[in-house]
Design a protein around this ligand. Structure first.
Ligand code: UD1
Length: 341
């Protein structure tokens, strides 16, 4: 019997890549999205990549409990992956209520419906929960730090909500928290990728938009950090590798392979890369010259964080496989695809 996975926020950057991998792994997928922060480009791309024209799409808001209940009644949902959330760090500082209201309400609604239905829950958490870690790489046992933004705080709070709810359910509700490091890149088909609205906050979309001529100059925020080249270190994880981690996590849940009722895994490569190294790699692998300058540090940035992915490697059997170069090639191909080049 095919299992059905609901992907909330399934038309967005991570959601669309996860939908592709789930369909290709043989799952039935229901995509639900309110298109508040994306258009239909990626959903159409998912259909083309998978050759599946009839992927169920529900246009709805997860803050609407009646709609969430109706959704869980309409489909036989074995597991739900929850992506539907606001994600701009700076905006969350300016508008905390918008973030707390949306990101917490939608997750509470999903949890309540999943608990009633007996569906597994996978929550998209973030390395942001580790803050500025005392030592790197970080394992799942590394203590969390107070969040530096309301966005980050919603991740920490949702982790706690899932944990508490699972505990109180006495085995009826089970879930997995995946802590993503820095997802970058695009599908190798160049049919889906990141589509930021307005000026990108994240590094790689800013790089590709500068390379294509949409932005004049990339600012590298800070070159006086205590790192080998003075720029920040991150764990950049290929979006397709990241998406595949979800397939491993879902099969772990629905095939009864979980060892605890609430499990947590880092989803990273274990490889630190500096901002400058990433910029240089982009130029080299794509044969383009990038206009960049050094600028002051950005408020809230941590100096260095990367994953120890051993637990995901050994327990889930998942491992990141793509090189930074392959990923940056895919990111560039996607930007060119968007520009019609
Ligand atoms: C941020 C969020 C993280 C979220 C992730 C999504 C925090 C502290 N960080 O991570 O929770 O999951 O985005 O991908 O909440 N940089 C530049 N110039 C730019 C843009 C970025 O130099 O124009 C640098 C940054 O200073 C940083 C690195 O590039 O050192 C990566 O930045 P970014 O892509 O924004 O990701 P994070 O801040 O690590």
């Amino acid at each position: 019997m095919k299992k059905t996975v609901l992907v909330s926020g399934g038309a967005g950057f991570i959601g669309s890549h996860v939908t592709v991998e789930l369909i290709q792994a043989g799952y039935d997928v229901v995509v639900a999205d309110n298109f508040s922060n994306c258009d239909r480009t990626c959903f159409e791309g998912v259909k083309r990549i998978t050759g599946k024209e009839d992927i169920p799409l529900e246009v709805m808001d997860f803050c609407d409990m009646e709609a969430v209940k109706a959704l869980f009644q309409k489909y036989p949902i074995d597991a739900v992956i929850h992506f539907a959330a606001y994600k701009a760090v700076g905006e969350s500082v300016a508008q905390p209520l918008k973030y707390y209201k949306n990101n917490l309400t939608s997750f509470l609604n999903v949890l309540e419906a999943a608990q009633e239905k007996g569906s597994f829950v996978l929550f998209s958490s973030s390395a942001t929960v580790y803050g500025e870690p005392d030592s790197v790489p970080v394992t799942e046992a590394t203590p969390r730090k107070p969040a530096t933004s309301p966005y980050g705080n919603t991740k920490t709070i949702c982790e706690d909500i899932l944990r508490d709810t699972v505990k109180a359910s006495e085995g009826k509700l089970k879930g997995i928290l995946l802590r993503y490091f820095n997802p970058i890149g695009a599908h190798p088909s160049a049919l889906i990728g990141e589509l930021p609205r307005g000026v990108p906050n994240n590094l790689v979309p800013f790089i590709t938009q500068t390379a294509i001529g949409k932005r004049e100059c990339l600012s590298i925020f800070g070159n006086d950090y205590p790192t080998p080249d003075g720029t920040c270190l991150r764990d950049y994880i290929d979006i397709v590798d990241l998406a595949k981690a979800h397939v491993f996590a879902v099969s772990r849940m629905v095939e009864g392979k979980m060892k605890q009722d609430c499990e947590v895994f880092n989803v990273g490569t274990g490889r630190p890369v500096s901002v400058l190294e990433l910029v240089n790699a982009f130029e080299k692998v794509n044969g383009v010259k990038l206009n960049y300058k050094f600028a002051p540090r950005r408020a809230g940035d941590v100096t260095a964080i990367w994953a120890d992915p051993t637990l995901a490697n050994t327990e889930m059997g998942w491992k990141a496989t793509r090189t930074v170069e392959e990923t940056l090639k895919a990111a560039w191909a996607w930007e060119k695809h968007l520009a019609g080049k």
